[in-house]
Write a new protein. Sequence first.
Length: 412
Amino acid sequence: MTQCPHAAAGAVPLSGPRFQAEPAQLYREIRREHGPVAPIVLPGDIPAWLVLGYRELHQVTGDPVLFSRDSQLWNQWDAIPEDWPLMPMISRNQPSILYTVGERHSRRAAMIGEALEAANPFELKKNTEEFADELIDAFCSAGSTDLIAEYAMLLPVRVLAKLYGFSDDKGPALVTAMNDMINGGPDALTGQKHIATSMYQLLAERRAEPGDDVATRMLANTGGFTDEDVARDLMVMMAAGHQPTADWIGNSLRLMLTDDRFAASLSGGRHSVGEAMNEVLWEDTPSQNIAGRWAARDAHLGGRHIKAGDLLVLSLAGANADPQVRTDGSTLTGGNNAFLSFSHGEHRCPFPAQEIAEVIARTAIEVILDRLPDVDLAVPAEQLTRRPSPWLRGLTDLPVSFTPTPALGDPR
C-alpha cells in the first residue's frame, strides 16, 4: 500500500503539454504504471490522488459521506498560498451548491433541479435556433470563420441567460463577461463582478416582476436559502453550463469534419449528429478532470491507502477509457450512455441541466449544418490545437470555409 501522496514515488504532475496533445495515451500510461488510483502533484507540489478507474470513480462519487465535497477537510490547507493558481477552483470557503453537503445539499439541489426541469424544451430549442441564426448571420456571407470564437463560445451563455430570465439586451455583455472570466486573463475579475452584479439585479427584478424563468422559480421555492445563495447558484450554473457545452459543440463539430464516418451528416443527415455527440462524451469529453472529493477518514481505494483529508481528483476522461469496462477498446457511439462525463452520484450534473446542455449543443450543430451545408475545415486536421488544460478539453479554434450565403432575411 502506498501510504500517502507525499511518499509516492513517481507522482504525476497534473500539468504539461501532454494533457493538451495526447491525454488518452497519457491516461493509459498513468494507469499502467500506477493502477486505477494514481498519485499526482498539483501546482506548487501539492499532493493529491487521480481516480482513473471506472469502478473506483463510481465508488467515490457514490459515497458522499466517506468521500465528501467539503473542502474544509483538506489536509493541505497549511501549504496552500493565497495566490495559488487553482484557488478559484478549490477554495476553502465555497458557499455555492458545489461544496454544500448532506441534507442541505439535497434541498439545494432539489430547488435547482425543479427550476430547470420546468423549462419548456420547445421554447429552449426555439431560442437556441434564433440565437444560432443570429450568430451565423454575422459571418455567413464571408465564406470563412472560426467556429469556436464566433459561434461555440458565444451561444450557450446567451441561451442560458434567456432561460434564467435575462432580457435579450443583457445577453451580449454577459457573453463577454463569462468568456473573460473563463479565460482567466486580465479582465477575469471584471467579468466575474459583472456576472455577480447582473445576477443580483436579475433577482431584484424578478421579485418585483415574476416571469416564466429559472430565477423566478428559484425565488418562489428557495427551500430556506437566501437571495445571496440563489445568486451564487445561478452563477455556478451559468459557468458550469456554458464552457463544457461550448466545448461539446466544438469537439463534436471537429469530429464530424475530420472523420469520414460522419460525412453523411454534412449533407443534411440528423442521426449522425447524436452519434458524434455521444462519441465525444466517451472519447473526447469536455470535462476531463474534476476537483474533487476529500476523504472524511482513512480508507482503501484501488489498492491505495487514502488518508483522512486527502484530495481525490476525478478523472472522468480516464474512467471513460478504463479497459476494465472497455474490454474490446471499441469506439462507443449510438445509445450507450454509461459514460461518466457528467459525473455520478448526488453531486453529478443535474439531469435537467444535462438535457438543457444536449438541446443547446445538438441544435447548435444542426443549425450550422442546415445553414452551411458544405462547411469544411480550412486547415489540415493535425493543425487543430487544444487549450493547455488538464481540466476542460476544448479547441483553441476551428477555422472553416464554406460557400458564402446571405443572412436570413437578406433580400438578396
